[in-house]
Design a protein around this ligand. Sequence first.
Ligand code: FUB
Length: 650
Amino acid sequence: MNINLRKLTLLIGLCWGALAQAQNPFITHRFSADPTARVINDTLFVFPSSDTTCSQIKGNNGFCMPDYHVYSTVDLTNWTDHGEILSHNTVPWVEEDSYGMWAPDCIEKDGKYYFYFPAMPKDKSKFRRIGVAVADTPTGPYTPETHYIEGIEGIDPNAFIDDDGRIYLYYGGGEKLFWVELNQDMKTIKTKPQVVQGLPPKYKEGPFMFKRKGKYYFTFPHAPGGSEEIAYAVGDSPKGPFTYKGKVLERWKDGCWTNHHSFVEYKGEWFLFYHHMDLSGNKHRRSICADRVYFDEEGNIPEIKATYRGISKMFAKDAIQVDKYSVMENAKVEKTGAEQPNWVVKRISEHTKLAIKDIDFEKEKFTQVALFASAINEAEVDLFVGNKKMATFKLPKMKEGEWRLVKTDVLFKTKGMQDLNFIFRGNTEGLALDWVQFMKKDEVLVGKTPDIKLFNEMHQRLNIEAYKLYTLKEFKAETPQLSKHALVKGKCYINGELSEDITSVQEGDVIAFTSDKAKKMYNAFGGFKASNFSDQEGVNLEPCRLGGQNIGYIENGDYVMYNNLIFDRQPKQVTINMASVNDGGSIELRKNSVNGEMLARFDIKSTGGWQEWSSLTSEVAASINSTDKLFVVFKGTDGFLCNLADIKFN
Ligand code: FUB
């Protein structure tokens, strides 16, 4: 599989529609670019384009962009994917399978939603034409007009309705950008296209207009040299002319040539939405991000720094991933070597600047704070809330590669929104930070082990959530799984001390596991989720429309293995729930190895969509019992073969 590990991590743990802990990028279950953010009835919607992987070059400029999804949030943290609203094969005037659905926009007028998009026309009259589709709700269904808007051509439409009710459409990519006034029908032009005046030379695209305190802000990606920065100009009329004011977001210097953005005011704050390729490392598979915008007193936009912190809510009571910083200088974010990847801050020195802004302490009375860190020398980390020192972590000398949870009392209690700042002292060579979390006295923090991989396996199998704070009562309620079908042979540390007895946990203790021997078992006859595998090669997890997660991104030769199934009798049949858009290939259930005795075999046939699920049943051709491993092996040719949601024997 060539999906990178950062993606894998971010995909794991998401459920269909709801993407928790959304920092940058904030949509991670699919690639998306060119985000236009709009506030509609107290909800923040984002209308981006979709980047996908084509097995052959399709579309233009290496982009493979078949459709549009719409996303929304009400809390800046949990995003809902409302699914596809339009595709290259659902618009009458668009060339089928043209993969050229570039940057869109959507705007409300008189209770209707007008979705503007550029696409390749069937009549091949121009590189891109601009069309409109109309809906009664922001999430659709959208009905596309049968023909594109006559009289204009180009990419990246942006609609703007001024306070006097006049409607403008901006668009284009090249040395020039254009504006045109639309009729009140929103579907036809009222004036001839005109060049937007006052902009600097060189390539520009993706215009986005907004009005603030009577000023018109004409904003655009601009490539004066190298990749695109986001720039702005201001004027006194939506028709211009504008005065160029400079850049608001620096260009990417890592190979992502494009950027494309929008500005939006939501619940009294301003935000910039944009895209980057950090998740994929591939400039044709971009992901959407957002950061806060602050205007100065004159209405200028001081340069915005792209952060990993993003705009989501972060709470002191949760594990705050230090790599989701707002400001970092003289340090590096690196991936740990663990199988289940994780990012940590490394190469720290006393010159390191590290801040994570806007952490919500709510009204909680936190008395302790824990830092998950690795240090090969004794070092000290001061944690400041604003500019007041709240705690000092004294990190002991650890073994190379060892991670420990270091807990300390806070020097004062705080509440509400606060910024965290870190200062480093001592011998910081080899120092690395993973996460920090605040606790109250009666809480038990189930901490990570020195071995991230083992801990992840533990919490996956025991169903104990990593980073979660449990009250002692909750923790005890969660742990009955330690008995019965679960088997624990590993070590448990309580407050760093090896402990034989997990039930002796006291209030305020920190628990760390160092074994992967515990195993949650599933009844093969009850039906179990494909995602509950014990091992795998090549597959990823993704949100499943049926609930939970399915395994997906499956290619030829990938497999999943289960050594966690209880067979209390010999099964006669097996039923799987799979989805695919392709015909061809097979799913093989085998015993004990990828080439083991065949239990059942299913041909892969299209179900009409990656989330259109279909049940297939087969006789079980060989014996199997609880001591056997079940291998599900995927065979086929190029591309993704199928998704698998669950398996049930009977
Ligand atoms: O996403 C395809 C194109 O790349 C957009 O239309 C441009 O704005 C650039 O982001």
